[in-house]
Design a protein around this ligand. Structure first.
Ligand SMILES: Nc1nc2c(c(=O)[nH]1)N[C@H]1C(S)=C(S)[C@@H](COP(=O)(O)OP(=O)(O)OC[C@H]3O[C@@H](n4cnc5c(N)ncnc54)[C@H](O)[C@@H]3O)O[C@H]1N2
Ligand code: MOO
Length: 400
């Protein structure tokens, strides 16, 4: 058995990023930018007012109150063309260009208007309430690096940069193959010894949430004929994920079928709980992740291995998933397998984050996994841990 870290490194070394495509900015939510994005305009393009009021010369306002002549106005989209001379000001609105000569904006609340004149009641230093050209960014500035997941804030910024289309990573196509004679589809009537398959739907949802495209290959029966033909259907996918048939039972044929289809085995068996019979290989350029059949094992392995794999397929580097929290109860010493315990993450009244692993940690108990908000990570051979000890946890987003 290899460690989780070695397994993850070996898996990532076997994955190359998928190609790119150009899409409209309006379609970019959740997509991965494949180029560094530079601004095509400056923002703001010229100096503009941050307030409704009067644009004036700061040197005129050394002594206040001071009466100035109002010689024009500047509105957003309709600038004042002239120059503000000593003793003059213009009416100005938020976002409107600040004209030549003026270097300060006085909020209208601090003025008293009287026909063509205005009394400025409070002084202000040069630059007050003026946003200089390029305050936010200038033409050519690189603002959104390749690898960014585009969302509302970054799409808004790209629009402000006047970038209408984006070069993004193609969505990786992840083929998902469930296996097992006992598995039926949700909605079907299970026979006496059958169960409703949950790995396929759960993994497909995770794949989608991680920004990739799920291809359902279906449920292979525990025969070589069935497995062989369904494995062939994975050609053209960017990755194949199988579940079940990974252990040592008489009906665990998946690895042999994959090898006969041309897979070179990378690793098999990882020192982790759940998920020990995890397998990874390369089938003629298609990375293959063989997940155990137990549903909690399959999904925990997906969180620990498929998530970074999809990151790598979209050209992103892996990030540390774990954060620190306080342990909510005592735990016995651990064996040689790194353990990912399902549990909840809660904030105490004084703002501390406490992780509480469930008592029930059987790898068939899906209700616990669904209810969990974190995985509490126990290192191999970790000694007894006490309530209040610092532990590493992986928070679980609702979409996974
Ligand atoms: N003698 C040994 N037996 C087992 C070992 C071992 O080391 N020696 N390892 C155990 C561990 S740990 C795991 S994990 C499982 C892995 O088993 P397989 O990957 O071969 O999976 P199956 O036997 O096909 O199924 C296990 C379990 O999961 C259910 N299952 C399978 N597919 C689905 C699905 N799509 N949706 C929902 N549930 C599914 C299946 O019905 C079984 O109950 O092996 C242990 N045994
Ligand atoms: O390691 Mo298995 O994945 O515990 O049930």
């Amino acid at each position: 058995m290899i460690s989780v870290e070695v397994a993850r490194e070996s898996l990532l070394a076997g994955i190359k990023p998928v190609g790119t495509e150009v899409i409209a900015l309006s379609q970019a939510t959740g997509r991965i930018l494949a180029e560094d994005l530079t601004a095509r305009v400056s923002h703001p393009p010229v100096a503009v007012s941050a307030m409704d009021g009067y644009a004036a010369r700061a040197e005129d306002l050394a002594q206040v109150p001071r009466r100035l002549d109002v010689v024009g106005q500047s509105a957003a989209g309709a600038a004042f063309a002239g120059t503000v001379q000593p003793g003059q000001c213009i009416r100005i609105f938020t976002g409107a260009p600040v004209p030549e000569g003026a270097d300060v904006v006085i909020m209208q609340e601090n003025t008293r208007r009287d026909g063509d004149r205005v009394e400025i009641l409070t002084g202000a230093p040069s630059g007050r309430h003026v946003r200089p050209a390029g305050l936010d960014f200038s033409i050519g500035d690189m603002l959104i690096p390749a690898g960014t997941i585009m969302g509302g804030r970054t799409i808004g910024l790209a629009a402000a940069m006047n970038v209408p289309n984006l070069l993004v990573r193609r969505k990786p196509r992840i083929a998902i193959l469930s296996t097992g004679d006992e598995i039926v589809l949700p909605g079907d009537q299970p026979g006496p010894a059958q169960i409703v398959g949950s790995n396929g739907p759960g993994l497909a949802a995770m794949v989608t949430a991680l920004g990739a495209e799920a291809i359902h290959l279906g449920i292979a029966r525990d025969t070589r004929e069935s497995l062989d033909s369904m494995i062939r259907a994975a050609a053209g996918a960017d990755m194949l994920v199988t579940t079940g048939g990974a252990s040592v039972g008489d009906y665990d044929l998946v690895q042999d079928a994959l090898k006969d289809a041309g897979m070179n085995l990378g690793f098999y068996k990882v020192a982790m709980r759940p998920g020990k019979p995890l397998m990874f290989g390369d089938m003629k350029g298609v990375p293959v992740l063989g997940l155990p059949g137990n549903p909690v094992s399959a999904m925990v392995c997906a969180i620990i291995f498929l998530e970074p794999a999809i990151r790598a397929l979209t050209g992103r580097s892996t990030v540390t998933q774990a954060i620190n929290a306080l342990l909510g109860r005592d735990l016995p010493p651990n064996d040689e397998r790194m353990e990912f315990m399902r549990g909840t993450l809660e904030r105490t009244d004084d703002g501390l984050v406490v992780a509480l692993p469930f008592e029930q940690q059987d790898s068939a108990v899906m209700s616990g996994l669904a209810r969990a908000t974190c995985l509490v990570v126990r290192a191999p051979h970790a000694p007894t841990a006490q309530m209040g000890d610092m532990v590493q946890v992986i928070p679980l987003p609702a979409t996974l």
